[in-house]
Ligand binder design. Sequence first.
Ligand code: 13P
Ligand code: SF4
Length: 312
Amino acid sequence: MTAEQKILSDKIAALKASKRAIILAHYYTRGEVQAVADFMGDSLALSQKAAQADADIILFAGVRFMAETAKVLSPSKKVLLPVVEAGCSLADSCDAAELARVKAENPDHLVVAYVNTSVEVKALTDICCTSSNALDIVNRLPADQKVLFVPDRNLGGYINKVTGRDMKLWDGACLVHEEFSVERIAELKEAHPAARVVVHPECKAEVAALADYAGSTAGILTYCGREDVQEVIVVTESGILYELERRYPSKKFYLVPTKDGCERCIACKDMKLVTLENIYQTLLDESPEVVIDEAVRAAAEGSIRRMLDMSV
Ligand code: 13P
Ligand code: SF4
C-alpha cells in the first residue's frame, strides 16, 4: 500500500467508526479496497453477511446487483454503492420484461436465478442461487420439476451436465469469464505440469472441462488451501489473487493471460471502478444510496430468502 493509500485508509476507518458503517467487498475488487473491507466474500457469503450486519450503513464494494441484494435483505439500513454505473454483463443479459414473457410461455417451469441479476428479475424469480450453492439448490428440487435457469448459460450448462437434468437455459454470459481460452490454459499447464487448474463455472464448458476443481470464488480459495495443492492455474477474475496470496504466501499461482500475453487483463472493469477515493467520498456524503421501490424489493426478497434458508 502506498503512503497516500494508507492516509485514505485511515480516513475511511475513522468515518466507518463514527457512522457505524461497514464495508463489504467482493474478491474481484482492487487489493487496496479489499484491505479496508470489514468483510470479504463470494456472492453467497456477502448476501449472508448483508442479512445479519450490525451497522447503520453498508457500503458495498462491488457491483450494483450485490448492493441491491444487500438493500433487499436490509431495507432499514442505508446501503451505499460508490459507483452507480458499476454493473455486470451477466445481470445485463437478462431483462425483466423479457423474463416475464418467457415465464408466461412456460408456466410449469420454476425460475431459478443466479444472484447476478437485477432486483426486477429477482422479483420474478422463485429461488435465487450463487455459484456456491447452485448445484445443491437444483439437486434439492424434485427430479420432475421443470426449471428455467437464468441468466448464465455456462453455469446452467455445468449444472445440467453434473446433475443430468435438462434445465431450460437463458442465453446470458459473463463477458469476463467467457474470455478464458483452452489454448492459454494448455500453455500454462505445459509450463507448470504439477499445477492444478481451478475454474469458475461462469467459464465456457470447454474451459470448465479442464478443471481439477470448479467452483465459486470462496470454493476456489478453500480448495487452494489443501496441503496437496501447491501450484495453481487460476481461471477466474484476477482480483482473487490478492486473497490467494494473502492466505497462502508460499504457494504459486498463475493467472491466465489474454491472447497478447497480458496477465491481469482478464479483469472485471466494473469491479475495478471501486477505489479508495470513491469509498471515502461515498462514506463522507452518504451517497450514492441504493433505493428500491418497496413492491419490487418485497417481491425480490422471497427468492433470496428461499436461497438463504436452503444454504444454512
Ligand atoms: P462468486 O462470488 O459467487 O464466486 O461469483 C463470481 C462473480 O462473478 C461475482 O460477480
Ligand atoms: Fe458480472 Fe462477470 Fe464482473 Fe462477475 S466478473 S461482476 S459476473 S461481469
